[in-house]
Design a protein around this ligand. Structure first.
Ligand code: COA
Length: 194
């Protein structure tokens, strides 16, 4: 598996350096978070190729995900406002290991849709919960008022994560995909009951 660079060389215009951050997990381990850049395309493709089928199914709702060049460009060439992705990696300079990725993409002028994937060996350490908060803060700062997310009905981890981080709603009509929403602005009481 190729390495991901902790610090991107020649980041693109608009790269939000203020979203770079060292995070400390409850386990004591320190990880690095930074916005995704186009130069991450190769490592992202390698991570996709190495990912297990269940993880890809949980993230993309399909067992036959085809990562085309166009799709790879879409996932890595971001404007950081309507489309933002944050990569989590080990602290290792040019030899960091990718650990997780979280992104949001605007669905309309008020809502962004978020999705997160964490490598199996790094789960249950609080990484996804941190990513949700960072994505929500960035979307709110970008003027969005809601964040939506979807997960497969049998994905208990995503259900717990999203409900614990303030998402609510969800169709209970027997459909395979559950859609939930989190308000990003307004009175906390409204957020809690949304
Ligand atoms: C869902 C996923 C992103 C969670 O990532 P994670 O980093 O393990 O989540 P966190 O450690 O931040 O967990 C936050 C909370 O979510 C819940 N949770 C996470 N994984 C869980 C699991 N396997 N079973 C039950 N609850 C779980 C827990 O309440 C947890 O808090 P706790 O550990 O204090 O009890 C991860 O399992 C994953 O990548 N799955 C495949 C892709 C996917 O399903 N994406 C969701 C679509 S948005």
């Amino acid at each position: 598996m190729p390495h991901i660079k902790q610090y991107p060389t020649a980041p693109p215009a608009g790269y939000p350096v203020d979203l770079e951050e060292e995070i400390r997990l409850a386990s004591g381990e320190t990880l690095w978070v930074r916005p995704v850049v186009p130069a991450d395309a190769a490592i992202l493709a390698a991570e996709f190729a190495a990912a297990d089928e269940d993880t890809l199914h949980a993230r993309f709702f399909s067992r036959s995900f085809d990562l085309t060049e166009d799709r790879l460009r879409y996932l890595t060439e971001l404007d950081y406002t309507t489309h933002l992705a944050l990569a989590v990696m080990t602290v290792g300079g040019d030899e960091s290991e990718g650990v997780a990725i979280g992104r949001y993409a605007a669905r309309n002028s008020t809502d962004v849709e978020a999705a997160i994937v964490v490598k199996p060996e790094y789960r249950r350490l609080g990484i996804a919960a941190i990513l949700v908060e960072r994505l929500a803060a960035a979307a709110s700062a970008a003027g969005r008022s809601t964040m939506s997310a979807s997960y497969l009905r049998d994905n208990a981890a995503a259900a717990r994560l999203l409900h614990q981080t303030g998402f609510s709603g969800g169709t209970l009509d027997g459909g395979a995909v559950i859609d939930v929403l989190r308000r990003l602005s307004g009175d906390p009481a409204t957020i809690a009951s949304a």
